[in-house]
Design a protein around this ligand. Sequence first.
Ligand code: SF4
Ligand code: SF4
Length: 340
Amino acid sequence: MAQHFLEQAKADDFVAHLMKRHPVLAPHRRGRRSFAFEQIVEPSAVVLDYPRTLGSVKKFFLPARETLLEFDLGTNTATAPAIAPAPAVYLGVHSYDLAAVRRLDHNFLHGNPERNYVTRREGALFIGVSYTPDRHHFAGSVGIDPYDTTGSDIFLTKHPEGWIVDVLTPAGQDLLKGFKLATDARPKPKREHFTQHIYVPQARLNEIMAASYNHPVWDEASRNCTGCGTCNLVCPTCYCFDVQDQVAITVDAGHRERTWDGCMLRSFTEVAGGEVFRHKVAARQRHRVHRKFKYLSDATGQPWCVGCGRCTAYCTAGISIVEIVNRLVRDAEREEQVTA
Ligand code: SF4
Ligand code: SF4
């Protein structure tokens, strides 16, 4: 693994070099405290030192809204829009969002691969970047360090004078061709500490979740919940969607559209005939947390939460997934002490 150094003063030149090779998508400031991944037009607009983006890079592989096919009722034919691989560099991705991409890959590539996702993922190159955990991050509790390079072709570690550049794959090496980086080795900064923690490993959480179905935390944590679905929509590992046919007013043509959906939304559990099978917000909250720490984890051994903290940071009611999980952990351990 080759290591180089990128001085702060050369950061814009580095971005401009990448833009000559491929389209580059990176975090941009949007509002006072918001950041979003967007295609770079101007290198100086890129922000590499940021707490988290509102949404993750998921939106480029699984768009929030897309047409799956267009149909003509007159000729009874349907055509799917052509989607071609679009090689691109995703610059400035945090380690938890790269872990989320791996989880989405599991969901969409295994079994019956989902054509649109697979095609969009082809040719994606990742340049990861380290971050300083804020009061909502807890990725360390799910085994994802801020300096975790897994999934990156190149990884940038923040340094007071710039960035330590680790080149991790041949594709990463190729991206740097033609750009001169300093070769002096710099000591890496001390490990970052998280202030938010889930105190037990996933194997233990699986057991605790299994016994939590009737726990009062679901009602308590849902008292102020408005069922807005924000926690689903900002989550980098949520992948549920809805598919609807939109028929033209002339009733002779239309298109089939896929949009993101979320288990916290009442309409998500509404089935034919108008029946809603998870009517109470508390039941939806329980389902959401079980999707992150139980159902998919039973099959894979891994939490389906990557500890980004988005669902808590952007919750309109201040509901914290860490507090919910830790409440379950505390009560389970207290009960075990009493029965021991
Ligand atoms: S973001 Fe908060 S208020 Fe909205 S559905 Fe999720 S937990 Fe409830
Ligand atoms: S459940 Fe919350 S903290 Fe976990 S990955 Fe999703 S948004 Fe991030």
